[in-house]
Write a protein that binds this ligand. Structure first.
Ligand code: AMP
Ligand code: MG
Length: 500
């Protein structure tokens, strides 16, 4: 299986001093070398030309060598590795969970620094439990498109370089076909990696080793602190707060915020039954399997804090003091509230003004309340708000038309106009600013579904077209009119579950 041909090594530049390899040596329980299961008759479903160009891999990604490597049909001289993590699922300790179907191919030196390359769906690992280690094409297309859509929105996320398909049948509710998603991130470290060592190791040495390596590599400032482990925890809490504010502001629902799906680096990680809000309902549950609504849109910020508690518990043996661990995650609350207010303000086109904090918060909350009452489309309402005119008698119908209770909207609009009068600049300047934060285009379920249906029929063109459109979601001419329109009626009946 080993094939150290020069073209494979030319680009990407695989680092032999990668940190997983170093960690695996020092921390035997973290990573196991695991050969991928060969994927029969692999073919490209999608290649992300934009990301390949950013990383300098365009030529390589055109090669047969790349297809063989990314299908899992060849390996590099070292690795790949499956890493061990555990976690809480739906609030309950679930023990070891992964990597059940992801293999870390290696770590490449890129213009963006060292990046890990992962194959998701490359076959079983020692952590697969009863799973087949595979991913189906349907969910792989969703992950590919959404990671790039999130990146286009400016939201921290793992990236997707390519999708490899195969006729290999995979059994889910029905028989589907297999695919491999090639994912990229500075690190795929999860809260669950720390929970794993806190629960399984006989002493704290393994946990300490993992924490020390994480600090040295990703959080060097925490290393300078007198309490490096508490500082690490706090840094993760602050990144998580920033991420949650961005999810909420984009109307993004992750769907499975288990602790094993939480990135230590504050990236959006593991795209399963995610969704973007259509008709606004704060209690929207995007995961058909989540009957209790634990991961509903409005609950995401609290769930993230709950997950930080789990991480704090895992790090407790290193921090040594429960109060210090709690104190380290406490800043999450203020950081989230500040970032959230800043995000709503930006979405309303308001700049920070002394003495307006409470009024701005109320203005944002009240708009959301009206939107919820009238089930206004989240993305379209905020996008149209840029066209709100402040001059007396100015046309406001484009946004007003979205509301059923026009009287309630007019009362809100009067407050909004009064607040906008305190802003410097013209309506046109504000509109421009707002259009840079309120996307015209998000990956609504029906858009992904259309790409999936066409792919099932052998036409992969829609995937690339959508990816390109979603990479510029703030552009007035991003995508087609239909991409940015209200979801069609059939979209209401789409159900997305954990099955992937
Ligand atoms: P999720 O909640 O979707 O992130 O899944 C939890 C864990 O289950 C993942 O981390 C995987 O390791 C594992 N898993 C999911 N699907 C499979 C599969 N088909 N085969 C093996 N492991 C899987
Ligand atoms: Mg997962």
């Amino acid at each position: 299986m080993n094939l150290a041909t020069p073209d494979l090594r030319a680009a990407p530049a695989w680092r032999s001093d990668g940190w997983v390899r170093a960690l695996a040596g020092a921390l035997p329980g973290l990573a196991t070398v695991q050969a991928p299961q060969p994927l029969p008759a692999p073919h490209w479903v999608a290649r992300n030309a934009a990301l390949a160009a950013e990383l300098g891999w365009s030529d390589w990604l055109d090669s047969d060598a790349a297809l063989a490597l990314l299908a899992g049909n060849r390996v590099l001289p070292e690795g790949p590795w499956a890493t061990a993590y555990s976690g809480h699922q739906f609030g309950v300790w679930a023990g070891p969970l992964g990597d059940g179907r992801a293999l870390l191919l290696g770590e490449a030196a890129t213009p963006q620094g060292a990046l890990e390359v992962q194959l998701k769906g490359a076959g079983p690992t020692p952590y697969s439990r009863r799973g087949d280690g595979r991913a189906v094409l349907r969910s792989s297309i969703r992950e590919y498109l959404c990671s790039e859509a999130m990146h286009g929105l400016g939201i921290p996320t793992t990236r997707a370089l390519a999708l490899v398909g195969s006729p290999l049948p995979v059994r889910r509710e029905t028989v589907e076909t297999a695919a491999v998603v090639v994912r990229i991130a500075p690190s795929f470290l999860r809260f669950g990696h720390f929970e794993h060592f806190a629960h399984t190791a006989e002493d704290t040495e393994a946990l300490r080793h993992l924490a020390d390596a994480t600090i040295a590599r990703y959080f060097p400032a925490a290393g300078d602190s007198a309490q490096p482990y508490a500082a690490l925890l706090q840094a993760v809490a602050l990144r998580t707060a920033a991420l949650m504010a961005q999810w909420q502001a984009a109307g993004f629902c992750h769907g499975v915020m288990n602790t094993d799906n939480m990135s230590v680096l504050g990236l959006t990680l593991d795209y399963g039954p995610f969704g973007f809000l259509d008709a606004f309902d704060p209690g929207h549950i995007c995961n058909h399997t989540d009957q209790g609504g634990r991961y509903a849109w409005s609950r995401q910020p609290q769930v993230a804090f709950w997950n930080l508690h789990a991480l704090a518990r895992a790090l407790l043996p290193l921090i040594g003091d429960g109060d210090a661990a709690l104190a380290a995650i406490e800043p999450y609350k203020a950081a989230f509230a500040d970032a959230m207010l800043a995000a709503w303000r930006a979405k309303l086109g308001l700049r920070e003004l002394d003495g307006q904090h409470e009024a701005d918060r109320a203005l944002g909350d009240d708009l959301l309340r009206l939107m919820a009452q009238d089930r206004c489309d989240f993305t379209i309402t905020f996008r149209r708000l840029a066209q709100f005119g402040t001059a007396p008698g100015a046309a406001r119908d484009t946004v007003r038309d979205l509301f059923i209770d026009r009287g309630a909207f007019d009362a809100w609009a009067a407050r909004y106009a009064a607040r906008l009068a305190l802003e410097p600049g013209t309506d046109a300047e504000r509109a421009q600013r707002m259009n840079r934060v309120n996307p015209k285009l998000v990956l609504r379920n029906h858009l992904a579904e259309a790409a999936i249906r066409r792919a099932a029929a052998g036409d992969f063109g829609e995937i690339e077209r959508l990816r390109r459109a979603l990479s510029q979601p703030f552009d007035e001419d991003a995508g087609t009119a239909a991409d940015a329109a209200f979801p069609p009626d059939w979209a209401q009946h789409l159900e997305v579950s954990c099955s992937s």
